[in-house]
Design a protein around this ligand. Structure first.
Ligand code: NDP
Ligand SMILES: O=C(O)C1=N[C@H](C(=O)O)C[C@H](O)C1
Length: 268
């Protein structure tokens, strides 16, 4: 069966990548494309905008205008837009893939509420390699324990608006889980000025922004005399796009509930 997919944020970096990934997936077809209501992309052909040639899917400015045209909405946009779309999809019984990062705790609660009515798969990173790193980061933290200081460094392109990246935060959560600690109590998201020496349990973050870096993440476990690193470097957004469309085909077969890419990959 072919899954009917809508992409919102269709004119964005990930939106265009997702449209290309759908084109490459035999189990998926693009049936709708959405942007925000005043976007200059409204009325454009989504395939043409993605560089694939015309596919007849015209970009519209409201998800409700095409709500009956898809099985799964794939959303890599902004937190406010994603929360509104989660409400619209759950009311209509439509499934969702959420890749948007920078969501607050309140946003996440609203998304979890929407998942009580219809299945949502949300992940800060849809690449298989990064999801392996989530697993390894937790395991390494559990094995190495308190003798190793953990710091996480991430680098992204100059356009990225949230920091630290969603992936860096998920890696930190994996490390905190491995240490059996509360992430919020140990996370140090940035440092500046006379911050004093490092405390034993903290997980520190450093953020780099510039150029066209697609996404680099490194978790460092540092002790006296040695350093272990678990790292991932994305060289193409297609690693996220392919994963997200694989997840869309998977989530179409779920009834309701909130899932992540580890569920799709069978890593849990
Ligand atoms: N989970 C993962 O694997 C990945 C997650 N991401 C995340 O995805 C998100 C998008 O990233 P990226 O594609 O680089 O960003 P872009 O800014 O390139 O794309 C976002 C798109 O959404 C549009 N948009 C804004 N508001 C709305 C709305 N209300 N309805 C529909 N469309 C809207 C924007 O329009 P306009 O530009 O006109 O404002 C833009 O075209 C970020 O949060 C990023 O961190 C990115 C890569 C991988
Ligand atoms: O904004 C991006 O580009 C990316 N965002 C995600 C994040 O915040 O972790 C995933 C990826 O690293 C690219």
């Amino acid at each position: 069966m072919t899954i009917k997919i809508a992409v919102t944020g269709a004119a964005g970096r990930m939106g265009k990548t997702l449209i290309e990934a759908i084109d490459q997936n035999a189990n998926a077809t693009l049936t709708a494309a959405i942007e925000w209501s005043e976007s200059p992309a409204i009325g454009a052909d989504a395939g043409e905008l993605a560089g694939l040639g015309k596919n007849g899917v015209i970009i519209v400015g409201d998800v409700n205008a095409v709500i009956n045209d898809f099985d799964v909405l794939v959303d890599f946009t902004t937190p406010a837009s994603t929360v509104a779309n989660a409400k619209a999809c759950s009311a209509a019984g439509k499934k969702m893939i959420i890749g948007t990062t920078g969501c607050t705790d309140e946003d996440k609660t609203l998304i979890a509420d929407a998942a009580n009515q219809s299945a949502i798969c949300m992940a800060t990173n849809f690449s298989t390699g990064v999801n392996l790193c989530f697993k390894l980061a937790k395991e390494a933290a559990a094995i190495l324990g308190d003798d190793y200081d953990v710091e996480i460094v991430e680098a992204h392109h100059r356009h990225k608006v949230d920091a630290p990246s969603g992936t860096a935060l998920s890696l930190g959560e994996a490390v905190a889980e491995g240490h059996e600690r509360n992430f919020k109590e140990v996370a140090v998201l940035s440092r500046e000025g006379q911050v004093g020496p490092r405390t034993d349990n903290e997980i520190g973050f450093a953020t780099i922004r510039g150029g066209d870096v697609v996404g680099d993440h490194t978790v460092m476990y540092m002790a006296d005399g040695e350093r272990i690193e678990i790292g991932h470097k994305a060289s193409s957004r297609m690693s996220f796009g392919r994963g997200a469309i694989r997840a869309a085909v998977w989530v179409a077969a779920q009834d309701k509930g909130l899932f992540d890419m580890q569920d799709v990959l069978g890593f849990k």
